[in-house]
Design a protein around this ligand. Sequence first.
Ligand SMILES: [Zn+2]
Length: 71
Amino acid sequence: MNKRKAAPTCNCPTCKTPIAWSDRFPFRPFCSERCKLIDLGEWASEGHRIAGEPVCGEVPGAGPGPDQPRH
Ligand SMILES: [Zn+2]
């Protein structure tokens, strides 16, 4: 059992560093926890922006809801 397959590689989405898809990189596809957090931070900031705003009055079609009797 000397056959060793080379681990597939990919590039860190954050800093484009090539990493091996193996247990050596527990944060894959990111090269490090830092890059993972950066990426997650970007996602979170987008989500936070939406979640942080009151959406009650901004829902499209928030007029007559299902609770209101229709004509
Ligand atoms: Zn990276």
